[in-house]
Design a protein around this ligand. Structure first.
Ligand code: HEM
Length: 401
């Protein structure tokens, strides 16, 4: 049935009505911060303040830094598409929320999908109370004693790195070299595996790493959805990792775990801790911690560890390249330690104050130190003051793990 005598006018009326309803829906929360008297950035219908990230023009870190520098307010409101978020800028407030009130703010804003048991069991995607229980059990992997035990393996890999650099003198893409190094280091320290990244350009582990983190449309859209459109992940059953990559890594980690369990060999590594957890009757009964759950933790350590580490090293190297004076000071510090002890040791590495300062300082610039909390899911009651989703911009990288 026609609304008017002309189908063209009908068509225009229908399109105008649909557009009006869509506009009203997309902007229905845009008065959220105004009503609460919170300073906020002016949103654009449908995309909020997220345009440049939504169109993959800049990274989330660069976007947050831009917003962060745009105001002197201690906190301010923004819109990610149509959702209001609060960005906390004041370091004291950040500390209050992430340390003193941490129990109110345990959950991150990301999706926690149940359709994929590997992703569902990664601590990074979990919510409390499961997250807290896993976190408590897994933390012992990072005591200084455990880190010291890993030092020998890392030093061995740095010898491989030296050999690789010696053979490939000239222009090198250092981000890729650092990724080879960190992939080999995590695979060795966490699982006792050799991923052969320096010997084999087509190492399967390195290929998986590239497919997880290199930019492509699939990763861009799905990974953004995991952080900013969690309900899409559940509705559309989206997987953070490509199936082929996930199947390969799951297979690699579970076979080395099964081999260790059968042979009772200890590696003094993260895998030992996971195998012990599998034997822990209490934990198993409470959280059904079997091979799938243990493999998910192993997978997560690989993913969370190699890219963050290689970005940190390569960014520090990049900044040092631009500042030869600081580069020389750092070189002197390292040469002095080696002259004294004949090699890099755990103790002299820990004593390299200038190295530590370089890593800290340059990664403040790298715009990667941000973390997200879901204030809608606060545990132990609602926080008295802050009741909306939040993004924390963390200054000086002080809250990165
Ligand atoms: C310089 C290197 C690294 C950086 C910059 C970094 C950064 C981060 C950040 C920002 C978070 C989120 C924290 C939060 O929301 O509170 C995180 C979580 C995590 N990272 Fe790292 N990370 C690094 C290295 C590693 C390594 C080497 C591993 C493991 C081998 C690792 C394993 C994890 C895990 C398991 C989580 C989730 C922790 C939880 O849910 O409690 N990270 N990391």
């Amino acid at each position: 049935m026609l609304l008017t005598s002309s189908w063209i006018i009908d068509f225009v009326i229908i399109i105008a009505t649909i557009s009006f309803i869509a506009y009203k829906y997309a902007t229905r929360k845009f008065d959220y911060w105004r009503k609460r008297n919170v300073y906020h950035l002016k949103p654009i219908p449908f995309i909020g303040n997220f345009k440049d990230v939504g169109l993959f023009k800049i990274t989330i870190g660069e976007w947050l830094k831009k917003l962060y520098d745009s105001t002197d307010e201690p906190y301010f409101g923004i819109f990610v598409y149509d959702e209001p978020h609060l960005v906390i800028k004041d370091p004291k407030l950040v500390k209050q929320i992430l340390v003193k009130d941490a129990n109110y703010f345990m959950d991150r804003t990301n999706a926690a999908p149940e359709h994929n048991q590997i992703i569902a069991n990664m601590m990074f995607f979990q919510k409390s109370p499961k997250w807290k229980a896993y976190r408590t059990k897994v933390s012992p992997a990072f005591t200084s004693g455990k880190l010291k035990l890993m030092f020998h393996s890392i030093n061995e890999i740095s010898k491989d790195l030296n050999r690789y650099l010696g053979k490939n003198l000239g222009d090198l893409e250092m981000k890729e070299v650092c990724a080879k190094f960190s992939t080999d280091a995590i695979a060795r320290c966490a699982f006792g595996l050799n991923s052969h990244c320096f010997e084999d350009e087509n190492s399967a582990f390195r290929k998986c790493g590239r497919r997880i983190f290199d930019f492509n449309w699939r990763n861009g859209i799905i990974q953004t959805a995991y952080f900013f459109r969690p309900h899409w992940v559940t509705w559309l059953r989206l997987d953070f990792f490509e199936r082929e990559v996930s199947d390969y890594l799951v297979d690699a980690f579970s076979s080395v775990m099964t081999h260790r369990e059968k042979t009772n060999i200890k590696g003094n590594d993260f895998l030992d801790l996971l195998i012990d957890l599998k034997k822990n009757q209490d934990f198993r009964e409470k959280f059904a911690f079997e091979t799938t759950e243990a493999t998910a933790q192993a997978f997560q350590f690989f993913v969370a560890g190699f890219e963050t580490t290689s970005s940190t090293i390569s960014y520090t190297l990049y900044e040092l390249c631009k500042r030869p004076k600081y580069q020389n000071t750092l070189r002197e510090e390292i040469k002095a330690a080696m002259a004294k002890d004949g090699d890099i040791t755990y103790e002299n590495l820990m004593g390299m104050k200038y190295l530590d300062m370089c890593v800290q300082a340059y990664n403040t610039e790298s715009k990667s130190g941000s973390t997200f909390r879901d204030a809608n899911a606060m545990r132990g009651g609602r926080h008295p003051e802050i009741q909306q989703r939040m993004i924390f911009c963390v200054e000086k990288g002080s809250f990165s793990t």
